[in-house]
Design a protein around this ligand. Structure first.
Ligand SMILES: [Zn+2]
Length: 456
């Protein structure tokens, strides 16, 4: 029955019925009754949300699928579902569409997947001595393009880098709280908040942001991809701010003089202590013939970030992840908090089950929250470092032996079972992982923000 056939039976123009059919108008009761009569069904049947048949259900599903933006990105011509399109063809289209929808769903990682991804990534970093030649090269090309010749990068050089890569920069005060920067890729504008928070100073955030584009990152496929991109972008920023070409000769000279120190590297390149220590791990194996480890932990000993290629055994969970684990109270990253001046540089030898490490730990006072940064090397390599003459020395049997995980027997016997500590609830690095293509980012806030600046 065509629309005009039906229109004739109920006394309406086909165009009016078309509006009803497409859901643009709602019919009056009198028209509904007339339609039901003309179609030989009850009004109730006419209003039912249940498709009358599998065929009808498929036709509706295919229509709806074709309206979905995900489907439209395929750029296929519109399929008009006429009588001659067989049921099994429709079944196929609906099946394919469902799978398309499933695959384009935002990646969300469970905490366990996230920890596994972290562990995988750290294994890869250890295998390559935390040195990424391709990123060093990209950073060097960027530096060459702006005529960098040595020392800390000036603000002018950093702006020249932004321009060189075809971006403009804008400082704003109303950046959404869930992001550190926003890049409008349509207009190639980077938005930043003008503030300084330790490692994440505006120029670090700017270079990390730029790193994603210089390294050709696409939208992250899953959480592991997101993590890898973040590590690479951070590496890029560090490689620009502490360039390989000038920092390596500097460090090699310091090693010859047996005066290697993270704080000097920090001062020469005007970066945070954390960035200097972490950058040291990039260059140590390749250029200084040194193995080492790096840890960032909070005052309670919880590890937020760690790396080693010197055999240090970290506490791990059963997925092999380190993040969120509590490290030994006798390690320097925890001892520094108990030292007379926690903000001065703290050196220590630690005897561990598989050997002794020499470590330097520091709590960066410019951070909004207290984190200890540790750089450590095996005992025999301490001779290259400033601070090797320290008399601080502890013994640790963690994480394998009897050490500090359980309280001492004498202490426990006096208190066990007679205490009820109320735990401080802290939103933990990986306890509940936010979802989304860019985990934790509020997309509505970001789009609203961009709208606000579209014409400005
Ligand atoms: Zn311990």
């Amino acid at each position: 029955m065509t629309l005009s056939d039906l229109g004739e039976r109920v006394g309406r123009a086909p165009s009016q019925l078309s509006l009803l059919e497409n859901g643009k108008r709602e019919p009056k009761l009198s028209l509904l009754t007339a339609l039901a009569q003309a179609l030989g069904v009850s009004v109730e049947e006419l209003l039912s949300r249940q498709p009358p048949s599998r065929r009808a259900q498929l036709e509706i599903a295919v229509e709806e699928a074709q309206r979905d933006p995900v489907y439209q990105t395929l750029n296929l011509p519109h399929l008009k579902v006429g009588k001659r399109v067989p049921n099994d063809v429709l079944e196929h289209i609906v099946g394919l569409y469902d799978e398309l929808k499933r695959r384009s769903a935002k990646p969300t990682a469970t905490p366990e997947e996230a920890r596994r991804a972290n562990a995988d990534l750290r294994r890869q970093m250890r295998e390559r001595g935390n040195y990424f030649p391709a990123i060093e090269k990209a950073a060097q090309e960027t530096l060459d393009a702006v005529g960098y010749s040595g020392g800390a990068l000036s603000q002018g050089q950093i702006l020249a880098i932004v321009t060189h890569h075809g971006f403009t920069l804008r400082y704003v005060q109303d950046l959404p709280r869930s992001v550190r920067s926003i890049t409008d890729t349509r207009n190639r504008r980077i938005f930043l908040k003008r503030e300084s928070l330790g490692m994440h100073s505006p120029r670090t955030i700017l270079l990390q942001t730029l790193g994603h584009f210089v390294l050709g990152h696409g939208q992250p496929r899953d959480f592991a991809d997101f993590l890898r991109q973040r590590v690479e972008a951070n590496y890029f920023a560090a490689a620009v701010l502490i360039p390989e070409t000038t920092s390596v000769p500097y460090l090699q000279d310091a090693k010859k003089a047996r005066d290697l120190s993270v704080e000097d590297l920090r001062d020469v390149y005007s970066v945070s202590y954390e960035m200097a220590a972490h950058r040291f791990t990039n260059l140590a194996h390749r250029h200084l013939d040194l193995v080492c480890h790096f840890i960032r932990n909070d005052e309670t000993g919880i590890i937020y970030k760690a790396y080693e290629n010197d055999g240090l055994i970290f506490p791990t969970d059963d997925t092999g992840a380190i993040e969120g684990q509590r490290m030994c109270r006798y390690w320097s990253g925890r001892q520094v908090f108990a030292s007379p001046d926690r903000y001065s540089i703290y050196y220590q030898y630690t005897d561990k089950p598989n050997g002794t490490h020499w470590c330097v730990a520091h709590v960066d006072p410019s951070r909004e929250r207290n984190f200890a940064i540790t750089l450590g090397v095996p005992y025999k390599e301490s001779r290259w470092f400033r601070g090797r003459e320290t008399t601080n020395r502890t013994k640790s049997n963690c994480p394998t032996g009897e050490c500090c995980v359980r309280p001492p027997a004498e202490l426990a016997s006096r208190w066990e079972g007679q205490v009820w500590p109320s735990a401080r609830a802290h939103s933990h690095v990986l306890s509940a992982l936010p979802s989304g293509t860019f985990p934790g980012v509020d997309e509505t806030d970001v789009y609203t923000f961009l709208d606000r600046y579209e014409e400005v």
